[in-house]
Design a protein around this ligand. Structure first.
Ligand SMILES: C[S@@+](CC[C@H](N)C(=O)[O-])C[C@H]1O[C@@H](n2cnc3c(N)ncnc32)[C@H](O)[C@@H]1O
Length: 218
């Protein structure tokens, strides 16, 4: 019988499935292909950064190692525990177990950069999340996120059966849009300087990566 009863336990199960891929060293990248595509330069030169859905925390550790005061939020107790154990001693790296919407709703802190690598931005309704992110970005701050491009024609909220079709009925959601649709949504919520695109994969015919950058006006 599956232990998945909600989004947090869905991501705990994901953590267990992907544990074998844990990085030896801090690593920062936006795409699903190691050493492919742009790096942390997309964030500009932040003094402070917040990752939404940081998973094992490799990117937070990489930023902290480069002198950024970096915080990673993750809903999953398993992911949080791993990140804390593996990278918690790195100077400038901090990890919090929380749902991003709840966390952003209760903090007054602002960050120079907020980012999400195939993380919580993909799995949270943008109508609720984007205004919170805009508010918690310092003036002139940068939002960057990446995830899979949409399946053509399948836009907006997408549902998944967390326990398969014969299991307990638990639902997990993600939101998919074309680059132009992301740009329009971000514009509606006050972001400026928006650059939304699909980074091609290393080989023809493979799935690319949607990468979006946006700013809070200064
Ligand atoms: C596909 S993993 C990506 C993790 C990491 N960014 C990486 O690149 O390996 C998605 C992560 O987002 C987290 N997540 C999903 N929804 C979330 C939410 N509402 N609040 C916080 N974290 C969330 C999951 O727990 C999971 O660790």
């Amino acid at each position: 019988m599956s232990d998945i009863t909600d989004a947090a336990t869905y991501w705990d199960a994901y953590a267990a499935r992907t544990a074998a891929h844990a990085a030896e060293e801090p690593a920062f990248g936006w795409t699903q292909y190691p050493h492919w595509g742009p790096g942390r330069e997309l964030l500009g030169s932040p003094r402070t950064a917040l990752e939404l859905g940081c998973g094992r925390g490799d990117a937070v550790a990489a930023l902290a190692g480069a002198g950024v005061d970096a915080t990673g939020i993750d809903l999953s107790g398993e992911q949080h525990e791993y990140a804390q154990r593996r990278w918690g001693e790195v100077d400038g790296a901090r990890f919090v177990q929380a749902d991003v919407t709840e966390f952003l709703s209760r903090t007054q802190q602002q960050w120079d950069a907020v980012y999400s690598i195939w993380g919580a931005v993909w799995f949270t309704d943008p109508a609720g999340l984007l205004p919170l992110v805009h508010d918690r970005l310092a003036p002139g701050g940068t939002l960057v996120f990446s995830h899979a491009p949409p399946v053509p024609g399948a836009y907006g909220v997408q549902g998944m059966y967390a326990n398969g079709f014969k299991g307990k009925a638990v639902f997990v959601y993600r939101w998919s849009y074309e680059p132009g649709q992301w740009a329009a949504l971000l514009g509606e919520f006050g972001f400026t300087g928006i650059n939304a695109r699909v980074q091609p994969a290393p080989d023809d015919g493979l799935v690319g990566t949607l990468i979006v950058q946006a700013h809070r006006g200064g």
